[in-house]
Design a protein around this ligand. Sequence first.
Ligand SMILES: Nc1ncnc2c1ncn2[C@@H]1O[C@H](COP(=O)(O)OP(=O)(O)OP(=O)(O)O)[C@@H](O)[C@H]1O
Ligand SMILES: [Mg+2]
Length: 236
Amino acid sequence: MNKEGTVLAARNLRKVFSTAGGELVVLDGVELEAQRGEMIAVVGPSGSGKTTLLYLLAGLDRPTAGEVEFDGRRLSELSPEELAAHRNTRIGFVWQLSNLLPDFTAQENVEMPLLVRGESRERAADEARRWLAEVGLAERAHHLAGELSGGEQQRAALARALVSGPAVLFADEPTGNLDEANRERILSLLIALHRTHGLTSFLATHNLESAGRCDRVLRLDHGRLIPTRGSQPGES
Ligand SMILES: Nc1ncnc2c1ncn2[C@@H]1O[C@H](COP(=O)(O)OP(=O)(O)OP(=O)(O)O)[C@@H](O)[C@H]1O
Ligand SMILES: [Mg+2]
């Protein structure tokens, strides 16, 4: 593994949800250091907190206690505007269900993150075209997202996650709803994009075979993140 420094760290991360049944402790002291260029699988049974953890690491939700540091900066110290910019430019997120806007074309969906941050229409269109081609979807660019197949939607979702040039990619069970052939295609694409673009990536998955293709596999167990194989955080 190429160790070029820590890009993302979690320090004693805790997340507690208040529910009708009382307090639910989902994360209870998560420690993590992700090195630049690593691809890390997060596994654990349904309800163990994979999605919750990815949201905190991505800055999409805030921890109850503890810290997430991105390039040495604490996310808790960012203003709401800085945090929004962080989400728009530094991280890409792919959901289990693609989360595309179904009544917009694949092209329009991929352009959106760039238009949101004020890029010109021409630049957004060019970049979206380039990314749709890279994920093998050039011929579907002008189809409505809602009319794409499950595998095609995840390709478009990958293009949308990467179009703004993020440093870290989060994929939350991106192949959970696909058949085996499509799962394999999307996973291979994810790994290829990860390598080509020098990303640091997190893959939450139930699938141990998919997890096994990552550099490290971390398991959520009673709110903590336990290494299951590969290097310990901080080693290389
Ligand atoms: N906003 C919320 N309010 C209350 N409880 C929540 C909230 N979000 C998640 N939870 C609970 O936290 C626990 C962890 O949820 P999470 O979605 O992170 O699990 P997961 O490991 O991603 O599961 P799955 O594999 O099914 O996607 C679950 O018990 C869930 O019900
Ligand atoms: Mg989940």
